[in-house]
Write a new protein. Sequence first.
Lengths: 101, 473
Amino acid sequence: MSMAKKGDWVQIENTVLKAGNRAPQVPEDTQKCDLKLWVKGIAQHEGNLGENMDIITVTGRKTSGTLVDINPRYIHDYGDFQPELLQVELQLKGIMEGAEK
Amino acid sequence: MKNDKTYEAIMARKNEIIKNAMQIDYTKFELPGIGFDYEAMMREVGYSLEEMREIQLAHGVGNTPLIELRNLTALARKYAPKGKGARIVVKDEAANASGSFKARRAAVAVYHAKKLGYKGVIAATSGNYGAAVASQAAMQGLKCIVVQECYDNNKVGQPEILEKQRVCEAYGAEVVQLSVGPELFSTHLSLLEETGYFNASLYTPFGIAGVETLGYELAEQCREKFGKDPEAVVCTNAGGGNLTGTARGLIKAGAENTRVIGACIDLKGLHMASEQDFNRKSCTTGHTGFSLPFTTWPDRSDCPRNAARVLRYLDEMVTIKQGELFYMTQALAILEGYERGPAGNTSLTAAFALAQQMDEDAILVVQETEYTSAGKHPMPQLTFAKKNGVQVLFGDPEDEIPGKNLVFPKDPSFIKARQYDMTHARKSYIKNCVKNCGMTSATEEDVSFIMDEIKSDKEFVLSELEAKGVKVQ
């Protein structure tokens, strides 16, 4: 889905500070990047990804920015199985069983 | 003026914005010279311990269980000299509404905001405090905005922080996410200015005092369970509020002989404001990137005077490694049946090593746990670390280089609590004080303020000041 309808739950992106206009204490690698901001809210009109979108957030704040996502998904999860954790488990069980003998 | 959103312009309006967003007149606690009256600030702005307990209990916070970790104690004793291996007990702070001790701070902050008539609260945090403020705001009927540093420039975020975003939104908060950088603070100020909401800072007197109930409760619970005060309490130390509040609570309970130990994760070499280093961390809180700057100069927060002042209370400070933390997080689940942390298990990891140096009949309290979920778990965090080129291996955690590798101890005997040089920390405080206050001379009052700030004798303070070229009047 690349087009949001009025009333959709969307995410917008903004540039708060341009690269080069960052805080003076920011290290060199970060100075080269814009300070970006993302916030979600309810679309106030129709719009395509990449276009400007006006939103109202859940606190009732009006703001706008580039439309970057519609019904944004939470992408974090429990990750891939990590064999190191199994190794720790087996080691601990071994140590504790040994202690009981 | 309000329309000028450059970093410099917002920072120039800082004092005015903060004053409107908190209604605390910090100037009345200022002393002539460099100091301020810390106790007067805590007394006049805060709430009594009884009031705080009441506020917290009315909002799903406090009275968390104190649990003896018998299996971890048994494991620690396997590596301890004969007669050593203190009993490790943990305060299960994950049982608070929103899943961490931070609810203690948030409950009081949100209550205070509501009492003053604010319509909403804003907190700048990527940690559990966001969830705590969002949860309390939902409960107490205020609006809530959480500002978090979340992504690198390519919108790749730490799984742990992405989970904090989700949970804040689950409690009905607006989450404003930023890319890497300390301008989180100027964005926070700008939002306070725009909305007129209350600054639910982590560092207010009532925020810190909210944690006093934790220290007080654990002393009471130890007396009831073990018939005595704990010999030591380990607190994860980052911004300093956890340790300061707990230590003050212990003192209020009369547990004056309990040692207060700070613990943090060693992230030496990773720059906190660096775009490249941001996603090379495997822990986003409880680490030296916060604890060292805040311990040696507390007044770097979003309050004119930070109520979290760790060196006033700290007896010792230790560091642990990321690999040790993930090992102990797994041990807590496998041997004790508690899936908690990971970052909140920093103090537990330190306690496992520290217990081995203490007598068998001693009580060592780990004063927090935190909730675990997707993103906030060793598996996604290790997955993320590997994706960012961090090597995960077994060996001696001494060889761990933050951002390059993560070294699991090859067996529990390799888990260590490394002493941080407290004299060095105290010297750093004085160095920062001289620099930040532009000190060229010091009065008796200044000297006595510094002595309180770093829990040190007069001779030490005088000799350090003189070494920095400060004339003592």
